[in-house]
Design a protein around this ligand. Structure first.
Ligand SMILES: CC(C)(COP(=O)(O)OP(=O)(O)OC[C@H]1O[C@@H](n2cnc3c(N)ncnc32)[C@H](O)[C@@H]1OP(=O)(O)O)[C@@H](O)C(=O)NCCC(=O)NCCS
Length: 461
């Protein structure tokens, strides 16, 4: 039988039916006000304490950190594991042995073995990607209950053999006899023994995150003092949020190996006693001669895990949960990594706000992931800039951020930044704080390697 050629216009894959730009009103998606959309509820969120890599949580793998967060999420919500239909997790530095971390986490005894689970990677926005993937499935009606989050151990990073060493080892494994194998192994030279560690650098430009932040500080005129003062603020806000119990409430206490006779209950990167003067003394960490980015105004390498429980509004109601917040809209964007690597939130935020039908002035809280103080201050500048607005395709800037509403409990500079987990920490903290303040809307943004950016609008109604 001859199959007639499909006209694009007549096909169900018509361009206007794809989700380019704003969705048509009435479609089952985010941000519209029609009665038939399925709202995605954030029911609860929890995380492990965040620890500077190589310190208190050094004995835990990313899988174990993810499991700690998810097990606690199930414990706190009292949810029957059979209700969960999917688990999505983000991680950045993947284990070579267990690359689908989500599946390993889903094999917790809390769940039936047929819980499907997959892992996503969008650099520092990986947990955000996990959350929006799961949320999309809920919006589409493919799921009603999902767990999304992420975990990272920057202590347990894969150390690779050099290319020369790998070639020899592969050749040796294929050798047909012991003498042939020994002959192959005899080709190993001292330089082949030098291991390769994953770099926090852009494969496309070779520039590290820190170098990019230094460059952004120079290009945008962000002073060393402004960076140090912002970082100091981050520590003070995070210390306050920990001391008054708001951050501590989101953390599962973790027994510390090897003796398990003490508990880690709070993040160990928060320096409550640090001063501006101390921070001003620190030497540049990346551009040693002219740089302004230091260990003090950068986020530290960190171990940790975080997870959120998402449900359709209807299912949350049926199961008797009161959501903390709902996902109103989100967006992703990207910029040339060779330009300003961490500036893409400036492109994502206006799109997320537009999809939400809201403006910056409507936001009760704004939370920006703090990879570096130089990046946050560049993003803030970009929000208010006509130049960046036009580059994002808008006629007016997003606007000036009210400092009283920005990162009110610190951020990744103080709390720490386990790459794959940070997005779930931010969503949890912002949702809880929005509820505490009786606010209605919040905007969160995350910059990520590859020149990518994410923004999400949360709402409470
Ligand atoms: C910046 C970086 C290189 C620093 O690493 P490090 O040198 O191991 O950092 P440390 O925590 O040991 O800090 C270095 C020194 O600064 C001091 N210091 C750091 N922050 C400080 C603060 N707020 N106040 C006072 N002193 C501080 C430390 O005490 C330490 O002092 P010491 O050498 O006397 O012990 C590392 O944290 C890094 O690579 N961060 C960026 C990670 C990244 O790229 N993330 C991606 C973002 S998307």
């Amino acid at each position: 039988m001859e199959i007639p050629p499909k006209s694009i216009a007549g096909s169900r894959y018509r361009r206007d039916s794809l989700n380019f730009g704003m969705p048509p009103i009435g479609s089952p998606t985010y941000g519209n006000t029609s009665g038939n959309r399925r709202r995605v509820a954030i029911v609860a969120g929890v995380r492990t304490p965040f620890a500077r890599s190589g310190t208190t949580l050094k004995d835990f793998t990313a899988i174990e950190l993810g499991r700690l967060a998810v097990a606690e999420l199930m414990q706190r919500t009292g949810l029957d594991g059979r209700e969960v239909e999917m688990l999505v997790f983000g991680t950045v530095v993947q284990s070579v042995i267990a690359p689908n971390i989500a599946r390993e986490v889903s094999l917790l005894p809390h769940f039936p073995k047929n819980l499907q689970a997959y892992t996503v990677g969008r650099a520092c926005a990986s947990a955000n990607q996990a959350i929006t993937d799961a949320a999309d499935q809920i919006v589409l009606g493919h799921a009603d209950v999902a767990i999304a989050g992420g975990a990272e151990s920057l202590t347990h990073i894969p150390i690779l053999h050099s290319r020369g060493m790998s070639d020899i080892l592969v050749a040796a494994s294929k050798a047909k006899s012991l003498p042939a194998r020994l002959q192959t192994l005899a080709r190993i030279r001292p330089r082949d023994l030098i291991p390769i560690t994953p770099a926090i650098a852009e494969p496309s430009t070779g520039e590290s995150m820190g170098q990019s932040a230094d460059k952004m500080a120079k290009v945008n005129g962000i002073s060393r003092e402004a960076q140090d003062r912002f970082a100091l603020r981050s520590h003070k806000m995070a210390a306050k949020g920990t001391d008054d119990g708001r951050l501590a409430a989101e953390i599962v206490p973790v027994p510390v190996p090897p003796n398990f006779d003490s508990m880690m209950t709070t993040d160990n990167g928060i320096r409550r006693d640090t001063t501006y003067e101390q921070m001003a003394q620190l030497r540049p960490a990346f551009d040693k001669l002219y740089g302004t980015v230091t260990a003090g105004n950068a986020s530290p390498l960190t171990d940790g895990g975080a997870a959120v429980l998402l449900m359709s509004e209807e299912r949350a109601k049926t199961l008797g949960y009161t959501p903390i917040a709902f996902i109103r809209s989100y967006a992703y964007a990207a910029i040339d990594p060779g330009e300003q690597l961490l500036q893409a939130p400036v492109f994502a935020a206006p799109v997320a706000l537009q999809r939400a039908g809201l403006t910056l002035q409507d936001m009760d809280l704004v939370d920006m992931h703090e990879a570096f103080a130089a990046q946050v201050l560049s993003n803030i500048q970009g929000f208010a800039s006509q130049y960046w607005a036009q580059r994002a395709g808008f006629t007016t800037p997003v606007g000036e951020i009210d400092p009283e509403r920005l990162n009110v409990m610190g951020g990744s500079i103080s709390i720490g930044h386990p790459f794959g987990a940070t997005g779930a920490r931010i969503v949890t903290t912002v949702a809880n704080e929005l509820q505490r303040r009786g606010g209605q809307f919040a905007l969160l943004t995350v910059c990520a390697a590859g020149g990518m950016g994410h923004a999400m609008v949360l709402e409470r109604v």
